[in-house]
Design a protein around this ligand. Structure first.
Ligand code: SF4
Length: 388
């Protein structure tokens, strides 16, 4: 039976709100009984998959979990995602995970890997120290070594060795998935009334708890349904959302931005899915292929080193490619990488006369009215006076 975009999005929204992770548990059982969690922003899911395990993105608990125990572990001013992650671990919701990967996103996530070892001493934990040097012989060699070590350890955990053949097959599946997701993003960029962000986000997000092949099919189904429908024409302002790469904004906040008169035509949410700007090679040494893709084809983001001038220019390029009229800086409250980046980014936007506005959120924010007023006024001013 053919589903509409609304029906597909409704299914994804149910999965999004399910803090018992039933979809992940189902996929884990079908894949052979292992699941490895990973925190934002980037983790090498191909390695996890090649070890016969389901990679599960843990990106917070949103606005539907009252965090109590997690608050005891962290200062009250910190961002919210480490607290909701600990709370979910403490309450047993993440007991189905056989291991956790903590990428070197920031100090908070690094500390969270230590907290996790206190809370779940029986689980496999690895701090994934991604390189900040993009020379093949330095960062590339280092990362290849890290990937091989991770593959060896996961293979021992699951009993399925990460052979070159298995890893090449996993790389091909994730390349295909990225290609489908990029096609969906391109559709949103070109016809945002057909594929609104509030739907595209949910479709992308379920890929964090679902087998990659099944997710690719779901994305393709959504694209076909979006192309088939007759959308309402809207004269919204086209904006890029920047800074939401780790702790995720609640879905209500994304809907609020849209209802205030904005089309989000590019964003940096759920970046793991779109991390490589070009495919990793499906032939040759697969560990080297992943290391090469990381060193040469990583999407620009605040958690990766870039020369100061490069940061603003990369954002301006995204604005131009998306034919956006302005930028909304939406950063989690106290997100050090996102907030430290903003002055460099806004300086370049000022030079290019691209309008922007900014606010902070937390994943459990429930009051969107002030943001609706702010982004609505921003959309109005762009429509009336913008020169970008
Ligand atoms: S939201 Fe920002 S500060 Fe918090 S864990 Fe993520 S990257 Fe670090």
């Amino acid at each position: 039976m053919t589903r509409t975009t609304e029906e597909i999005a409704r299914f994804c929204e149910d999965v999004y709100y399910d803090l018992d992770f039933r979809e992940a548990k189902r996929s884990k059982a079908e894949m052979g009984g292992f699941a490895i969690g990973f925190m934002p922003v980037y983790a090498p899911r191909e390695i996890v998959h090649a070890a016969g395990a389901l990679p599960v993105g843990i990106v917070g608990a949103g606005d539907w979990l009252e965090v109590i125990r997690g608050d005891a572990y962290y200062q009250s001013y910190l961002c919210h995602i480490p607290r909701s992650t600990i709370d979910m671990a403490e309450s047993g919701r993440l007991d189905f995970l056989d291991g956790m990967l903590f990428p070197s996103t920031c100090d908070v996530i690094r500390n969270l890997s230590g907290m996790w070892q206190l809370v779940k001493p029986e689980t496999y934990v690895r701090y994934v120290d991604v390189p900040q040097n993009f020379d093949d012989g330095v960062g590339g060699d280092f990362w290849e070594h890290e990937l091989r070590t991770l593959g060896k350890e996961l293979g021992e955990l699951t009993g399925t060795a990460v052979t070159d053949e298995r890893l090449r097959a996993s790389i091909a599946l994730f390349n295909e998935n990225r290609s489908a997701v990029n096609e969906m993003y391109a559709l949103r960029r070109d016809e945002p009334n057909r594929a609104p962000t509030s739907e595209v986000y949910l479709i992308t997000r379920v890929g964090f708890v679902m087998d990659v092949e099944e997710h690719t099919q779901l994305v393709r189904e959504y694209i076909a349904a979006a192309r088939a429908k007759s959308p309402t024409e809207l004269d919204n302002a086209r904006v890029v959302v920047c800074g939401a790469f780790c702790e995720q904004p609640p879905i209500g906040l994304l809907k609020t931005i849209e209802r205030s008169g904005c089309f989000v035509v590019d964003d940096d949410m759920l970046l793991t899915t779109r991390w490589f700007t070009e495919d990793a090679a499906e032939t040759g040494d697969p560990f080297r292929a992943l290391a090469h893709a990381f060193v040469h084809h990583t999407v620009p983001t605040a958690v990766m080193y870039a020369p100061e001038a490069g940061r603003g220019k990369a954002l301006v390029s995204r604005v131009r490619e998306a034919r956006a009229e302005g930028v909304i800086f939406a950063a989690p409250s106290f997100c050090i990488p996102a907030l430290l980046d903003q002055p460099m980014l806004t300086a370049e936007l000022d030079r290019q006369e691209i309008p922007y506005t900014s606010f902070k959120y937390s994943e459990n924010a429930g009051q969107f009215h002030p943001i609706r007023e702010q982004t609505g006024t921003f959309a109005d001013t762009m429509k009336l006076w913008s020169v970008a």
